[in-house]
Design a protein around this ligand. Structure first.
Ligand SMILES: Cc1ncc(COP(=O)(O)O)c(C=O)c1O
Length: 288
């Protein structure tokens, strides 16, 4: 069997990393500004991470979440404190798409409604539910296209209010900073309006911080901290989702597939040309 070709393959095979440096199988060194698909944002082979994972694997690699886990509780406490959501509940899953899927599902259960507002240029993942809320018809299979999702222009509060006034909207999903669209920011006023409008019409505000969260803007969550647009639901890369039992709040984060961001710069000028050839904009930006 061969691997399914999801992306066009680059002719680079990284085999080792340390901090923000990376080495390929030929010993070539790179400065990795992409952070391993932004998953390994603490840097490659961080000694604390390596020691903790190694130690855990020597004891128990997996068990069901139907049993007690002191580790899981400690993680929830730490994330609650770091993110500024100590009173929320944490739901652990495996990917940004799953976090958003769950946020949407919760919003729909919570409100009893089925429509979702997303924004032009949005990227929320590739699985069935969230790909429908991703503004890219080329990755939406006919099976996944949903009449329940409406795409509105970013920063247009009036059009959001018009849609919410229909009374059938379960949630509004928005990225802290649109990544795949090319670093597009929702305005402060728009985010505050969304918070107020969602409260007014009984919809959940879902903040997808998959790219913009985890301190990448200097704060744990981009929109929550900058605009005080506290969310109802949301997710984070590697599957954290914070939700509050009381009001079913939430929030999300990560970065992905060479979306935006600065890809791997090799410490030799040769890669510049190759990056361009592979679809970068010539400045190292790579829009996946
Ligand atoms: C804003 C945003 N949300 C959700 C996702 C999906 O995350 P994952 O690839 O972990 O499923 C991505 C992917 O990069 C993303 O950029």
């Amino acid at each position: 069997m061969k691997n399914f070709e999801v992306y066009q393959q680059w002719n680079v095979e990284p085999v080792r990393g340390l901090g923000c440096n990376l080495w390929d199988k030929n010993g070539e060194e790179y400065l990795d500004l992409y952070g391993g698909h932004a998953v390994i944002s603490i840097g490659h082979a961080h000694p604390h991470y390596v020691a903790a994972i190694t130690q855990q694997l020597q004891h128990l690699s997996f068990y069901s979440n139907a049993v007690q886990s002191g580790l899981r509780n400690r993680l929830a406490e730490k994330l609650g404190a770091m993110s500024g959501y100590p009173h929320f509940s944490l739901f652990l899953c495996n990917s940004g798409a799953e976090a958003n899927e769950n946020a949407i599902k919760l919003a729909s259960f919570h409100t009893g409604k089925k429509k979702l507002i997303a924004f032009k240029g949005a990227f929320h993942g590739r699985t069935s539910g969230v790909v429908a809320a991703t503004d890219n018809p080329s990755i939406i299979a006919p099976y996944n296209a949903s009449p329940n999702v409406v795409f509105l222009p970013l920063n247009d509060s009036a059009s959001v209010e018009k849609e919410l006034a229909g009374g059938d909207v379960a949630g509004v999903i928005i990225e802290g900073i649109q990544g795949v669209a090319g670093i597009v920011l929702p305005s402060d006023d728009f985010l505050r309006d969304l918070r107020k409008l969602c409260d007014k019409y009984g919809a959940a505000l879902i903040l997808d911080e998959v790219q913009s969260g985890y301190g990448r803007t200097g704060k744990f969550f981009a929109q929550v901290c900058r605009y005080r647009a506290r969310p109802y639901y949301g997710g984070q890369r590697d599957g954290e989702r914070l939700s509050c039992r009381r009001r079913a709040h939430c929030a999300a984060h990560k970065t992905g597939e060479g979306h935006v961001g600065y890809y791997v710069w090799r410490k030799s000028p040769g890669l510049r040309g190759r990056l361009r050839g592979a679809g970068s904009d010539g400045e190292g930006k790579f829009n996946g």
